[in-house]
Design a binder for this molecule. Structure first.
Ligand code: 6PG
Length: 476
């Protein structure tokens, strides 16, 4: 029997959809699930794709069905289960075989797994896959980290299954070891910020302007035809217009306002901090989810403090235009932060992350796909080493055009008691970034006062302590 080009372990929703996608694109695939009934059902339901699928009941049979060197995708719950699965698999593998973790792994685990296999003859790919169920089935965005040799072995299959933006595949090899999973983590951090900002705008429209869910859906629908065109705005319109079949109310009005999270947003923030990069909009988005989940406390606090009355803006049309521009301006801040974190990590881990290519493969297939990412691609293609997206000519023009709107919207929301942590963080980030003379001179003076930590002087004079009069920090 013809051997499979690739294997996949874990026929949950993502694994099953990815397998069908692989089979449909003309690649033979061997599949295995630890519960054989799941494999049998998957195969039985595969219809005309059955000819491309080799269902396996044992790991031995599974491994033997794949053409060496064998690429094996592991699509199971992130964390310990991946290590356990790898251990079970190892005895059947031989030189050159590639274990590929396609889950949302912490890139530090990926680096550990990659390093542990060094000198074993086996290798490891950490592969970020974005696009949810639908993406996995019909074309995800795929971020690959591993050796270049192992990438060459999987390039053809992954290219065939990836999303395509105007014919260009949304898959790329991004560097060694943890590069792919790191980039996927930052993708998710940006995703968190994007979603939080859209939710904050929704809050202004709902609680400030008193609009209904479907009216807000209409607004998002219009925006989706403009510069905010993106998958997240598109689905926001759809969910806002959906009706709950049980109560007959708008669906969003019956959903509890407490957001879940699985960890990638938090990892983005932790790594930004580790790398010494300000990612304030992403931080605000993660904190926003945390606060949202403290619903009982929030309800009690509302009883205690009440809510400020939101004023209705006088010119509704101008206000809506401001909201659209404010979202664009804030989004630029969040993406600039995400790319800055990746630039810092690239240096730290010697990955040489290709910024224009990352933007390119996010243009389709993934959750943050958008028109906007095509513009980021052009900006980074023109200037791949720019220190911050905000200062590229195209984005600088956009910021100059829209920051006034963001300022007015954040002011309005603040005066109305409507929380806009991500929008406000993006604005403050911009204000801090573009101010040549900041206020940290006072912080330096305080640090020197209580701890003799020293400071640099603007005039370059070689004196590094203030005249504070304490024994610790005399003028030196
Ligand atoms: C994607 C998504 C996907 C998943 C996240 C959601 O790119 O396809 O990001 O990976 O939806 O895990 O994460 P939270 O549960 O943390 O919101």
């Amino acid at each position: 029997m013809e051997q499979a080009e690739i294997g996949l372990i874990g026929l949950g929703v993502m694994g099953a959809n990815l397998s069908l996608n692989i089979a449909e694109k003309g690649n033979k695939i061997a599949v295995f699930n630890r519960t054989p009934e799941v494999t049998k059902k998957f195969y039985a339901d595969a219809g005309e794709l059955q000819g491309q699928i080799i269902p396996c009941e044992t790991l031995e049979q599974f491994v033997a069905s794949i053409r060496p060197p064998r690429p094996i995708i592991i699509m199971i719950k992130a964390g310990d289960p991946v290590d356990q699965q790898m251990e079970l698999l190892k005895p059947y593998l031989s030189n050159g075989d590639i274990m590929i973790d396609a889950g949302n792994a912490n890139f530090r685990d990926t680096m550990r797994r990659f390093d542990n296999l060094k000198d074993s003859g086996l290798t490891f790919i950490g592969m970020g896959v974005s696009g949810g169920e639908e993406g996995a089935r019909h074309g995800p965005s795929i971020m690959v980290g591993g050796t270049e040799e192992s990438w060459k072995r999987v390039e053809k299959v992954l290219t065939s299954i990836s999303a395509k933006f105007h014919g260009e595949p949304c898959v790329a090899w991004l560097g060694e070891n943890g590069a792919g999973h790191f980039v996927k983590t930052i993708h998710n951090g940006i995703e968190y910020a994007d979603m939080q900002m859209i939710a904050e705008i929704y809050g202004i429209l709902r609680d400030g302007l008193g609009m209904s869910a479907s009216e807000i859906g209409e607004v998002f629908g219009r925006w989706n035809a403009g510069r905010l065109n993106s998958y997240l705005i598109e689905i926001s319109e759809k969910v806002l217009k959906a009706t709950d079949p049980i109560s007959g109310k708008p669906m969003v009005d019956v959903i509890v306002d407490a957001a879940g999270q699985k960890g990638t947003g938090k990892w983005s923030v932790i790594e930004a901090q580790n790398m010494g990069v300000a990612a304030t909009a992403i931080e605000a988005a993660v904190a926003g989810r945390v606060l949202s989940s403290q619903r009982t406390e929030r309800l009690a606090a509302e009883k205690l403090f009440g809510l400020p009355k939101a004023s209705k803006p006088q010119d509704g049309m101008a206000f809506l235009a401001d909201l659209e521009n404010a979202l664009l301006a804030a989004k630029i801040g969040a993406y600039a932060q995400g790319f800055a974190v990746m630039a810092a990590a690239s240096k730290e881990f010697n990955w040489n992350l290709p910024m224009p290519i990352i933007a390119k493969i996010w243009r389709d297939g993934c959750i943050i796909r958008s028109q906007f990412l095509d513009e980021i691609t052009s900006a980074f293609t023109k200037d791949p080493d720019v220190p911050n997206l905000i200062v590229t000519p195209a984005f600088a023009d956009m910021v100059k055009e829209t920051d006034g709107a963001l300022r007015r919207i954040v002011s309005y929301a603040t005066m109305s008691g409507l929380p806009v942590p991500a929008l406000a963080s993006a604005l403050s980030y911009f204000d801090a970034y573009r101010r040549g003379r900041g206020t940290a001179n006072l912080i330096q003076a305080q640090r020197d006062f209580f701890g003799a930590h020293g400071f640099d002087r603007l005039d370059g004079v070689d004196k590094h302590h203030g005249p504070w009069g304490s024994g610790l920090a005399t003028l030196a």
